[in-house]
Structure formats: C-alpha cells, structure tokens
Design a binder for this molecule. Sequence first.
Ligand SMILES: Nc1ncnc2c1ncn2[C@@H]1O[C@H](COP(=O)(O)OP(=O)(O)OP(=O)(O)O)[C@@H](O)[C@H]1O
Length: 248
Amino acid sequence: MDITKRYGHVQALAGASLQVRPGEVLALVGDNGAGKSTLTKVICGALAPDGGTLSFWGEATRVTSTRHAQDLGVETVYQDLALAPDLSVAENMFLGREPIRRGVFGGWPAALDRRRMREAARDAIKTAGITTLSSVDRSVRDLSGGQRQAIAVARAVMWATSAILMDEPTAALGTKQTDIVYDSIRSAAARGLAILVISHDIPKMLGLADRVAVMRQGRTIANLPARDLTISDVVTLMLGGTARGEAA
Ligand SMILES: Nc1ncnc2c1ncn2[C@@H]1O[C@H](COP(=O)(O)OP(=O)(O)OP(=O)(O)O)[C@@H](O)[C@H]1O
C-alpha cells in the first residue's frame, strides 16, 4: 500500500501499509496522532491519499468515494457514528440506500418500502444483540449514546459483504454493551468478513483481535498475532521501542 497523506505541513501518513484478511479481526493501535483515523479514512474512500495504492482481493483499486467503498462491500463505523438524529432507527439503518417499493403493476407511484426496512432493522438489531431498544420506529435522537453506537455497528454488520472498519466502536459503551458489540464483531469475522478496529483499549484488543497492527508517526511498524503479544509489548511498540517479529 505505502500510503502517504499530508495535511498542510503535517505528514499524517508516511508510507503506511496494512493488510486485513477475510475472517480476521485486526486491531489498529497507536498513540494519539499516529495516523490511525487518517489511514482508515483513506481505506473507506473518505479521503484521497497523496500516494500509495489500495488493493481489494489482490487488485489495485482507486477508491473514489465512501459510496464506492460501500459498493466494494466495505462499511465504516465513524467516530461520529454518522447517524441522522431526526430519523428513526429503521431509517438510519438504510440511510441513502432505502429499498423502493414499486406502485401497482410495478409502476408509479414508487415509495419507500418501510415494512421491509423495519423488518431488516429488527433483524439487524437482534443479530447485534441490542435488547434495550423497544422499537425500530424510535427516533435516534431519543436513544442513549451506547444505543446509538450499537446501532451504527449493527448497520455496518448488516451491509458489509467484505470488510468493516471501526474507529473506536465501543468508546461510548458500558461493559455489557461493549461485550455485545465484540460478539457481533467476532461473528461478522466468523462469516468471513475482514474487520479492522481502531482502539486505545489495548487489553480489550488483545482479547478480541487475531492480529494487532501498530502505527507510529504515520507508519505501520508492526503487524503481529495478538496471541504473541503482551500489553507491554504493544505499548513499547507504540511509543518507539524496537519492533520485534515481522514488519507490517
Ligand atoms: N483534518 C485535519 N487537518 C489537519 N491535520 C490533521 C487532520 N486530521 C488529522 N490531522 C493530523 O494528522 C495526524 C494523524 O491524525 P489521525 O487522526 O489520523 O491520528 P490517530 O492515530 O487517529 O489519532 P487519535 O488516536 O488521537 O484519534 C495528526 O498529527 C493530526 O493532528
């Protein structure tokens, strides 16, 4: 990949490379400002890199927009969650991708297929183990921070066909809800999706991830099996110690 990205004078990415494999949870860790979010934004098409190449299924691909990434099966859970507060849970699950129900005899007037949206939203929420939500017709504005975060994750799981990128997906969650999100991350990986999770919670990441990639100053400096790492190994790598094992 060798991705580079500069914001004015700040070299946010200085030749970052990362491989996420199908069926695998990869934790992306690094100190504040290491370039984790920027790299994720490049992968999901939100940000154009200055240099470097992305490959999907081994094929060099220039991702031109988040919609393009979605067409490639890549879903992203952003730090700000990208939910529309005035819309219902069901509407948020489909934002911009609503199913259309044709009018009588397949013609007009066409309308949103709200019944299908509600059913799919209910299924997605059940799959994600969100038990505290009374109805998918509730407005997102009225939900707790944890419920919103869980819904953003459930939406990604519902749509993704190849990969899910998550930037701090459990930052607003309590322990129980965090465990539920982790369960849905694991089951999405078990279905063959590639999962990339950015987190500062290193102990949790060592429990959740198959591999851990460490970023420092815009570079990926290690990519190692989680089972071979201790918390202090990861911290040492993040803060500038010698990277042991294979390079990223
Ligand atoms: N929109 C922006 N404009 C200018 N500089 C930016 C912008 N976004 C990020 N940066 C800078 O780029 C570098 C990498 O930032 P990035 O957000 O990718 O790091 P991060 O590893 O995700 O950090 P954190 O863990 O704090 O979220 C930092 O020096 C940051 O200040």
